[in-house]
Design a protein around this ligand. Structure first.
Ligand code: ADP
Ligand code: MG
Length: 233
């Protein structure tokens, strides 16, 4: 296991006085800890954008990469389901334009070209530092289940596979993950593995204050992290 890249990314952000890691940085760290993420490449211009889209394969998603834009969709910084090079070029321009509209002096690192993960049940894995209990991992289902129903489970880290599976199966909404009407059951082992990896990641890197994998697409076989945010102390 090579953790040096994780340490390098964290140190570089600290040096630049950034507390919120870029999606590229957060996902690179995820990869270091065997957390599956959507394939991505950072484009600096339209030509690179369409070249990377060809490499990754359509459809793709384009996203703004800027230390000044944390909630990308709020800034018109996410465009999904692009199917041709022309669409990618138009979206590239639009995303840059939206970013400038959102914050005139936003520092723009580039645009992330990303594999489009097929729609599925969305889950969320999080980590926080609880003032009382310390590093804690969280699991829930995406959307209204977290925001409205607060149907989430927490465990103090480090956790093992059994803990992780309990966090998943003890959710009120678990039936939705366990095969419901015409939705096939989600790969609980894959989700539990992500929880354990996050636990290890935060234990080995105590300068991580908050982590948010939101959403993760849960599939019948495997899972894929679509968005990753890491906030440093
Ligand atoms: P943010 O949370 O910063 O607004 P996200 O990266 O989460 O931005 O993107 C917003 C939404 O767009 C996601 O919740 C997801 O529904 C969709 N999305 C983003 N990236 C992908 C992707 N690679 N594949 C499929 N859907 C995506
Ligand atoms: Mg998100």
């Amino acid at each position: 296991m090579n953790q040096t890249q994780t340490v390098k990314i964290i140190n570089q952000a600290k040096k630049e006085g950034r507390k919120v890691l870029l999606e590229t940085e957060a996902k690179t760290i995820c990869t270091q800890y065997d957390i599956p993420v959507t394939m991505f490449n950072l484009a600096k211009n339209e030509k690179e954008a369409s070249a990377y889209a060809e490499q990754i394969g359509y459809p793709v998603v384009l996203k703004i990469v800027s230390p000044d834009i944390i909630h990308k969709s709020d800034a018109g910084g996410v465009i999904v389901n692009l199917k041709t090079a022309t669409e990618v070029n138009i979206a590239y321009k639009k995303i840059i334009e939206n970013a400038i509209k959102y914050k005139a002096d936003a520092k723009i690192i580039g645009v992330l070209i990303q594999e489009m993960a097929p729609q599925s049940t969305e889950v969320i894995v999080g980590a926080i530092k609880d003032p009382q209990f310390g590093q804690t991992v969280m699991f829930g289902l995406g959307g209204i289940f977290v925001e409205l129903l607060k149907d989430v489970n927490f465990r103090v880290a480090p956790i093992n596979v059994e803990d992780a599976k309990e966090m998943i199966t003890q959710l009120k909404a678990f039936p939705l993950l366990n095969g419901y009407r015409n939705t096939p059951p989600a790969d609980i082992d894959a989700l539990a593995a992500i929880l354990c990896s996050v636990s290890r990641l935060i234990m080995e890197n105590p300068e991580i204050k908050e982590l948010d994998l939101n959403p993760i697409m849960a599939y019948p076989k495997g899972a894929k992290t679509v968005d990753a945010r890491i906030i440093l102390e």
